[in-house]
Design a protein around this ligand. Structure first.
Ligand SMILES: C[C@@](CO)(OP(=O)(O)O)[C@H](O)COP(=O)(O)OP(=O)(O)OC[C@H]1O[C@@H](n2ccc(N)nc2=O)[C@H](O)[C@@H]1O
Ligand SMILES: Nc1ncnc2c1ncn2[C@@H]1O[C@H](COP(=O)(O)OP(=O)(O)O)[C@@H](O)[C@H]1O
Length: 314
């Protein structure tokens, strides 16, 4: 029997922000946040296999391929976040980034569910195992933060409060499984455009420092969907609605169809709805899919684990 090709496959979850409190713009162009993340059961898979070693004296470059919904909108060059992750990890260990990365997308592209961040965290874990570099967890988290504000959360999963740009994480206890429906839109929204629109809409008035809502943390800890529904907030929602007014129809359709509450997921345009239980989520997804206000709708649950190796022939 022939030996399987060396490869490592990692699955990485999408996220929804159950609270996204946005502070004023910082001098570096970012915003301080109180970002309460919840990982949900929609995953991308990243598979790392050995790439072509660089020619002597030439810098190596990872190869990348991508399949699945929206993959035509994923860059297949050095701008791909998974490629950037492989290059960063290789530089950290002073080695060639000789790897091929294959991304199977299921997380909506540019949908406010952190798919690119998930692929970056997945690529870090997959390359680390393939190359046998055994990077300590704290170093992996620091590399994640260099790649993007949402990347550390994709590595840890579960539920967490992200301060600073969203990269300084504290894990949060969750007392049960929450049932969600995601209404997926055609096309995406660019995160920097949504932050800029948020600043513009706020105008010159002073913006309070962002802080986690104690009622929201208590609802998460109790696993109480009704209590959580009452306090879901997203400071980027008015900005996302200003750029994509039709999202108001999606939110109205979900609430009419029995959602406990709905909100824009992060920078959008995906809308997230909380349901009382699995049966309510299934019927809400069916109503939303038929409403003509979104491309499709998916019922799912959270929290789920962060980036996890599911297959390894390293
Ligand atoms: C809004 C959120 C909510 O979780 O996610 P998405 O909904 O887009 O997935 C995040 O803050 C997105 O994080 P991420 O997509 O990793 O952003 P980064 O690559 O770090 O930054 C991209 C750009 O977003 C803006 N940005 C991002 C994070 C932050 N705290 N303040 C910002 O102003 C800046 O314009 C920055 O140049
Ligand atoms: N591996 C990747 N998967 C998805 N998008 C990527 C990836 N690498 C780079 N991008 C770019 O990042 C942008 C934001 O994508 P994504 O992370 O899916 O959305 P969001 O920031 O809304 O959560 C995309 O429009 C795409 O150009």
């Amino acid at each position: 029997m022939s030996k399987p090709q060396r490869s490592v496959t990692v699955r990485v979850p999408a996220k929804v922000n159950v609270q996204l409190a946005v502070g004023p713009p910082r001098p570096d162009g970012f915003h301080d946040l109180a970002n309460v993340f919840l990982a949900v059961d929609i995953h991308d898979r990243v598979t790392a296999t050995p790439g072509t070693p660089a020619a002597p004296g030439a810098p190596g470059a990872p190869g990348v391929s991508c399949t699945g919904p929206g993959s035509d909108r994923v860059p297949l060059d050095a701008g791909n976040l998974a490629v950037r992750a492989a290059v960063l990890l290789a530089a950290h260990h002073g080695r060639d980034p000789d790897v091929h990365l294959h991304i199977e997308k299921d997380i909506p592209v540019a949908g406010g569910m952190a798919g690119g961040s998930a692929d970056a965290a997945g690529a870090l874990l997959a390359c680390d195992a393939l190359w046998g570099t055994a990077t300590p967890r704290a170093e992996l988290l620091a590399l994640c933060a260099e790649l993007g504000s949402d990347v550390p959360f994709a590595l840890v999963g579960g539920a967490a409060l992200g301060l600073g740009r969203g990269e300084r994480l504290t894990g949060l206890p969750v007392g049960g499984t929450f049932h969600w429906v995601f209404a997926l839109a055609d096309g995406g929204l660019a995160t920097p455009d949504v932050y800029r629109a948020c600043d513009r809409l706020r105008g010159p008035q002073p913006v309070p420092e962002p802080a986690a809502d104690p009622a929201l943390l208590a609802a998460l800890g109790a696993g109480d969907a009704r209590a959580l529904a009452a306090v879901l907030t997203n400071d980027l929602q008015p900005a996302a609605l200003s750029l994509r007014p039709a999202l108001a129809d999606t939110l109205a359709a979900g609430e009419k169809a029995g959602a406990l509450a709905g909100l824009v997921s992060g920078s959008g345009p995906t809308c997230a709805f909380l349901a009382a239980d699995a049966a309510a989520a299934a019927s809400l997804a069916a109503s939303l899919a038929d409403s003509g206000t979104c491309r499709t709708a998916r019922a799912t649950t959270g929290p789920v684990a962060g980036a996890t190796t599911i297959e390894s022939h390293a």
